[in-house]
Design a protein around this ligand. Structure first.
Ligand SMILES: [Fe+2]
Length: 252
C-alpha cells in the first residue's frame, strides 16, 4: 500500500498531544507504539505476502485506545476498566478517528485487516475462521507487541512492575500450574498467576506464542529472555526451576 508515514506520525503526535505526556503511563504507551510499529515492519519484511506499510500502520494504531482508557479510568488494566483493543477499534472505525490518520481513505480490504488486527491484538487467542491475510497481520502485530512487552519487563525493575518488595520477589515460589504452562510451551492464563515469580515465568512463556521465526530471532538477538532468566531468587525451588527453564526455553 502507499502510505504517507510522516502524515500518520504527525496525526499520531497530534492525537496524543490531547493527553498528558507528563503522565508516565501516557509516555510509556507512546514509546511502546513506535517500537511496536518498527517491530511490525521488521517482522512483515520477513513474511512473504505481507505489506510492510500496512503492518507498520497496524503497529502505530494498535494501542490508540490506551489513551482514552487511561484518561477515563486511570488504569491500563482492562479487567477493571474497558477492553482497550475494542475501545481503540471503535474510536477508529465507528467514531471517525480513522479519518485523521488516512484523510484520503484506505481500500476496504486494508481497513478490514487493520480493524481485525487491532481488535484481536490483546486476546488470549485470535478469532477462529479469519482469512489468511487477516490472520497474518494479527500474528505480526501480536508478535511485535509480545516482543516489546518482554523489553519493558527487562528495562523496568520487577518491583515496580509487580508492586512488590525485593524480599517478596526473592522469596517467591512458582505455582505448579504456571510451571505446567512452561512445560507445555503455552501462554499462561491470567487466573493462574498467584506469586510474583509466576508473572516472570508467564512473561517468558510469551516466547512460545511467537508465530514467526524472525520474532524469536529478535528476542534472542536482544537477549530479553536471558535477562529475565537471570532472575535472582532465595527460594531453592524457584532457583532450580529457573535453571531448568534456562536449559529448555529455546528447545524446539
Ligand atoms: Fe494493546
Amino acid at each position: 500500500m502507499m502510505l504517507n508515514r510522516n502524515a500518520v506520525t504527525a496525526a499520531f503526535e497530534d492525537y496524543v498531544s490531547g493527553y498528558n505526556a507528563q503522565d508516565p503511563k501516557i509516555k510509556l504507551k507512546i514509546d511502546h507504539t513506535t517500537r511496536v510499529a518498527a517491530l511490525c515492519e521488521r517482522i512483515a519484511a520477513d513474511v512473504t505476502a505481507a505489506d510492510v506499510e500496512l503492518a507498520w500502520l497496524c503497529g502505530m494504531l494498535h494501542d490508540i485506545g490506551r489513551f482514552e482508557q487511561v484518561r477515563r479510568y486511570g488504569t491500563f488494566v482492562d479487567a477493571v476498566s474497558v477492553d482497550h483493543a475494542a475501545l481503540g477499534a471503535d474510536l477508529l472505525f465507528k467514531e471517525g478517528l480513522m479519518e485523521r490518520f488516512a484523510p484520503d481513505g484506505l481500500p476496504p480490504a486494508e481497513l478490514c485487516i487493520l480493524e481485525t488486527a487491532i481488535r484481536n491484538h490483546s486476546r488470549y487467542r485470535i478469532d477462529a475462521g479469519l482469512g489468511e491475510a487477516e490472520a497474518a497481520y494479527c500474528h505480526i502485530l501480536r508478535d511485535a507487541d509480545k516482543i516489546d512487552i518482554l523489553r519493558v519487563n527487562c528495562d523496568t525493575p520487577l518491583e515496580d512492575i509487580y508492586n512488590v518488595t525485593t524480599e517478596q520477589l526473592r522469596a517467591s515460589p512458582v505455582s505448579e500450574a504456571v510451571k505446567d504452562c512452561f512445560r507445555n510451551r503455552t501462554a499462561v492464563l491470567r487466573s493462574l498467576k498467584q506469586h510474583p515469580a509466576d508473572y516472570v515465568v508467564a512473561h517468558l512463556c510469551l516466547v512460545f506464542e511467537l508465530v514467526y521465526p524472525i520474532s524469536r530471532e529478535i528476542v534472542r538477538e536482544q537477549g530479553y529472555a536471558e535477562k529475565m532468566l537471570a532472575f535472582q531468587s532465595d527460594n531453592a525451588d524457584t532457583k532450580a526451576w529457573f535453571s531448568y527453564m534456562r536449559e529448555r526455553i529455546w528447545e524446539q
